[in-house]
Design a binder for this molecule. Structure first.
Ligand code: ATP
Ligand code: MG
Length: 444
């Protein structure tokens, strides 16, 4: 790219230099011709008044040395006098263009090639008062001879300009490519690079894409690290307990207890893996999700029924309120969403507390809210609880079997359905999570 731009610059410069020089020679030659003819004209005008025919013939000698040639021609074309040749043997001059023109207009001029290529002969003819024609001629350099003389100088100048152009092209190419090269080298600070405005949209786009890529990479890295960590803890327990049983040193009662621990930890592993699989399924975009019309109230009812025993275990009252509401959604996902919200509301509750699930219908939206009188979420953590593996109180969450993926899944489902979620929570008082679903399909 750099090489190409550079050589193109130089190519354009070379053509420009050559064209300019040739054109100036041509213009100069035009001026030169004009000047020569003008000189001849002046000459004739001076001479015609001072010299008469007899003097001319008599004082032949006068003009012999000068490189100017005089010819006196009668109206009929016969040559009376010529300062260079013998007028007696000279042919009739009527056919010469400058004479023809002079007879017609009073004066005429012509340029003719000389015998040698590098000379031209310039003629100027003037009609005198007595009808004769006085003609002067002079040899001067032709364009080829001028070009030949000027060529070395032209060459030097051209080379000089060309050299300057090469240097300028290099500087220009460099400054042209500088921002682009800098961009490629330093993606992080791409916005700070000073560049031409035409590049700005391109830079902004690359910048945001780069940031997305980096963010994704970081998230993936964190996720992998978290997954490994989460898997390691229960596996370590399982491995430890089974080793104790293997050595045969544990009493029957211990074996039973250890088996219980192994069971608990492997169940935890299973839920964890299930959640991870679920998340990665949700992560795969462009998957075919089937949307149908669902009665949100019915789904919530089924979920509340299913979790009733669980609530009793936690000494929590679980209640459903509201009425029918139809939304356009994916059934499995909505089931998951309601389950996760209710599960949390029971799990992070206090004995004797309560959970109210409410389904309602607003103009454009179906509304589901899960409200509990539980431990609440401190303000500082409220944003973070939707992150994967994030748990406010790790020990409490773990003792209740939480992996920190439930709300991440909820968030995902909410965005898949173009729904929106509101969280209100106060530490020690309770939490209310409300999801607003659009009633009409926005997916199509
Ligand atoms: P999982 O749902 O995957 O089994 P989890 O319940 O720990 O595990 P999330 O549902 O994502 O994970 O919740 C993240 C954290 O947010 C919980 O660990 C808990 O600290 C807090 N949290 C969620 N819901 C509530 C709630 N209703 N009241 C208080 N804290 C909550
Ligand atoms: Mg949960």
């Amino acid at each position: 790219m750099r090489k190409r731009i550079h050589s193109e610059f130089i190519g354009v410069a070379a053509v420009a230099i050559l064209a300019t020089l040739l054109l100036s020679v041509w213009v100069f030659y035009d001026l030169f011709q004009f000047q020569v003819l003008d000189d001849l004209k002046t000459y004739v005008n001076v001479v015609k008044d001072t010299i008469n025919e007899e003097d001319l013939i008599r004082e032949d000698q006068l003009y012999e040395d000068a490189d100017i040639r005089f010819t006196l021609i009668r109206e009929d074309g016969s040559v009376v006098y010529d300062s260079l040749a013998d007028s007696d043997v000279m042919e009739n001059h009527l056919g010469r263009p400058e004479i023809e023109e002079a007879l017609e207009k009073g004066s005429g001029q012509a340029i003719r090639k000389s015998e040698t290529l590098d000379k031209n002969t310039y003629y100027y003819a003037l009609k005198l008062d007595d009808g004769d024609i006085l003609r002067v001629a002079k040899e001067a350099d032709s364009i080829w001879s001028i070009l030949g003389t000027a060529l070395p100088v032209i060459g030097v100048i051209a080379l000089l300009i060309f050299g300057i152009c090469v240097i300028l092209a290099r500087v220009l190419t460099k400054s042209l490519l500088y921002p682009i090269e800098k961009m490629a080298g330093d993606m992080e600070n791409i916005l700070e690079i000073k560049t031409y405005p035409e590049l700005m949209p391109f830079i902004t786009m690359i910048h945001s894409q780069h940031q997305d890529i980096m963010k994704n990479a970081k998230m993936r890295q964190e996720f992998t690290a978290n997954v490994s960590h989460e898997l390691k803890t229960p596996l370590t327990s399982i491995s430890g307990y089974s080793e104790l049983i293997e050595t045969g040193m544990a009493s029957d009662e211990d074996v039973r207890r250890f088996a219980g621990e192994i069971h608990k930890n492997s169940s935890r592993l299973l839920t964890l893996i299930n959640d991870i699989i679920r998340l990665s399924q949700l992560d795969v975009e462009d998957q075919d999700i089937s949307y149908t019309e669902l009665n949100l109230y019915q789904l919530a009812e089924a979920c509340v029924d299913m979790l009733q025993i669980n609530a009793e275990k936690h000494d929590v009252i679980l209640r459903l309120e509201g009425g029918p509401c139809t939304i356009y959604a994916n059934r499995q996902m909505i089931d998951e969403l309601i389950y996760n919200l209710c599960d949390n509301a029971i799990r992070y509750n206090n004995p004797g507390g309560s959970v109210i699930v409410r389904v309602g219908s607003e103009k454009e939206e179906g509304v589901l809210s899960v409200w509990d009188t539980g431990i609440g979420i401190p303000k500082v953590y409220q944003k973070r609880i939707f992150e994967r593996f994030y748990r406010v109180d790790k020990s409490r969450s773990k003792s209740t079997g939480g992996t920190g993926l439930g709300l991440a899944i909820v968030k995902h489902i909410v965005s898949q359905h173009h729904a929106r979620l509101e969280l209100e929570s106060e530490e020690g008082i309770g939490t209310k999570i409300t999801v607003y679903f659009p009633k009409k399909s926005k997916q199509a």
